[in-house]
Design a protein around this ligand. Structure first.
Ligand code: CA
Length: 234
């Protein structure tokens, strides 16, 4: 029995093959996860849009919306919940399509359960539950509708500025180095002077929109380290 005071990671399994769904449910439950199984794409998108899950295992071939459509739907709603695609076909095009659509990892069927467990552990470590509405001081970022307000006034942000603000807010109080921004907001593995400059330009514009005319200032530059979003003087 797991200790009920310890909150268990919540995993959504989207799989229409009953036997496999049952095996995944039992084995993840046994490993201490709180498992929900859903067999159709449409229901999966609804359930996952609540942001209540720490990781999603997503089959590609599903009744209703297929796995790609579910994933695209989630990402377009601003949900960053880590997704592991389960694909029956070892087709390169499927893998590329999944990763392009925002999957974090994929596993080709049939797979061994220990392999799946290792991947799920990695996903949960990486991700964590997604909050659709985040806020600090009088700043509110609504990731479902991709809207940000400060003291109730809507901030007019470009999509990239929005992503950057949501990312800084997710890491509020921590210094976020440019490496992390390059990797997670620009999706670039390598970073160079040009990208650093682009990031800096976006940061300056974002800070103007978020902080000019409001107190306290929220976005701070930590020389030589990166940026921090915090209410207190950095
Ligand atoms: Ca299937």
């Amino acid at each position: 029995m797991s200790n009920p005071s310890v909150s268990r990671h919540r995993v959504l399994v989207v799989e229409d093959e009953e036997k496999l769904a049952r095996a995944l449910h039992e084995s993840l439950d046994h490993d201490g996860y709180d498992v929900t199984v859903i067999a159709s794409g449409d229901e999966a998108l609804q359930a996952a849009s609540t942001g209540a899950f720490d990781a999603i295992l997503l089959d590609v071939m599903l009744p209703g919306l297929d796995g790609f459509a579910v994933l695209e739907g989630l990402r377009s709603r601003g949900l960053a919940t880590p997704v592991l695609m389960l694909t029956a076909r070892d087709a390169l095009s499927d893998r590329v399509r999944g990763l392009d659509a925002g999957a974090d990892d994929y596993l080709v069927k049939p797979f061994a359960l220990p392999e799946l467990h290792a991947r799920v552990r990695a996903l949960v470590r990486r991700g964590g539950r997604t909050d659709l509405r985040l806020g600090i001081a009088d700043l509110v970022v609504d990731r479902l509708h991709r809207k940000a307000t400060r003291a109730g006034q809507e901030l007019v942000l470009t999509p990239r500025e929005f992503d950057l603000l949501a990312y800084l807010l997710q890491h509020a109080g921590q210094v976020v180095p440019r490496e992390m921004i390059a990797r997670d907001v620009w999706h670039q593995d390598t970073r160079g002077t040009t990208l650093d400059n682009v990031i800096d330009v976006h940061l300056v514009r974002l800070r103007r929109k978020v902080d000019d005319g409001f107190t306290p200032r929220l976005i701070h530059t930590i020389r030589g380290l990166g940026f921090v979003l915090t209410e207190s003087q950095a």
